[in-house]
Design a protein around this ligand. Structure first.
Ligand SMILES: [Zn+2]
Length: 95
């Protein structure tokens, strides 16, 4: 959620612009701010939220698609359905 004024800030649980951003440790000082939509609803500077999101995207991208010569650590696959011996091709063991 974008925070652009004192009313938004108070409803986000930030008492003043003197509170510190949990990402960079600097005072919020000015608008706009961003509140995450996770359970803790943390408030960040917009630039800090973008940096955090970018770091997460880069980490996830390189984890799932590492640069050469590294290979993927794993590949997600769905288990092949197994045919039940008494049910022919209609019975699939879902255990
Ligand atoms: Zn910050």
């Amino acid at each position: 959620m974008l925070i652009i004024n004192d009313d938004h800030r108070r409803r986000a649980g930030v008492c003043s612009l003197d509170e510190l951003c949990p990402y960079c440790g600097s005072a919020f000082a000015f608008y706009p701010l961003v509140m995450s939509d996770d359970a803790s609803q943390t408030v960040y500077h917009v630039a800090c939220a973008l940096e955090l999101a970018t770091d997460l995207l880069v980490d996830l991208y390189t984890f799932f698609s590492p640069p050469a010569p590294y290979a993927r650590l794993f590949t997600l696959t769905a288990p092949a359905p197994t045919l039940h011996s008494e049910g022919g091709s209609d019975a699939i063991n879902r255990s």
